[in-house]
Write a protein that binds this ligand. Structure first.
Ligand SMILES: [Zn+2]
Length: 184
């Protein structure tokens, strides 16, 4: 897997190629993902976010939906059971002897751990942000084919007769982020 840096310009204008970010297969669908990242020195006090329409192939889109559905079901079960336990405690405290309240607490704990583990498992193999600046988003764990497709799309845009005018701020982004000299 590889890393790729995408400019805010590309994110805002949905300029990514129709190639799955995870496997490089053709992708017609996109999912809106908001990545959050904070510089290690700043802790939680400086969280940067950037939203991208991430291209995914049908298989990876399906997997993503399934994982999210499972996590949502576990979370809803946890909330429902927690609310039910709380309501029982308020309405009929006499119903709850030590065994029953202990069992309810145990079920809540199991559901909570299932939710935490499910959320962690869902992150495995996912595309993750490694840096977000004011103008760019760097993602890890992307397919090498996706990186090639992004580069190819950029090269194509630069070949357009009016690319200098239309995509000038894209070049600005990359020149600054990569420390390259400005051409204008
Ligand atoms: Zn895929």
């Amino acid at each position: 897997m590889a890393n790729v840096t995408i400019s805010r310009y590309e994110c805002n204008r949905d300029l990514l190629p129709d190639v799955c970010g995870l496997c490089g297969a053709p992708a017609k669908d996109r999912v809106r993902v908001t990545y959050a990242w904070n510089p290690p020195w700043a802790g939680i006090f400086l969280i940067r976010r950037m939203t991208v329409q991430l291209p995914l192939c049908p298989r990876h889109l399906r997997n993503r939906h399934r994982r999210r559905a499972v996590i949502l079901v576990i979370l809803l079960a946890l909330l429902a059971f927690g609310a039910l336990s709380f309501a029982c405690m308020i309405v009929r405290p006499a119903w709850l002897d030590e065994d029953v309240s202990g069992s309810m607490f145990g079920v809540c704990l199991i559901l909570f751990f299932a939710w935490v583990i499910g959320t962690s498992v869902a992150q495995w193999g996912e595309i993750k942000p490694v840096q977000i600046t004011d103008r760019s988003l760097t993602l890890s764990n992307v397919s090498g084919l996706f990186v090639l497709a992004v580069e190819s799309t950029r090269a194509h845009r630069h070949d357009e007769p009016d690319a200098d005018l239309r995509y000038d701020d894209v070049r600005d982004d990359y020149d600054e982020d990569r420390g390259l000299p400005r051409t204008d």
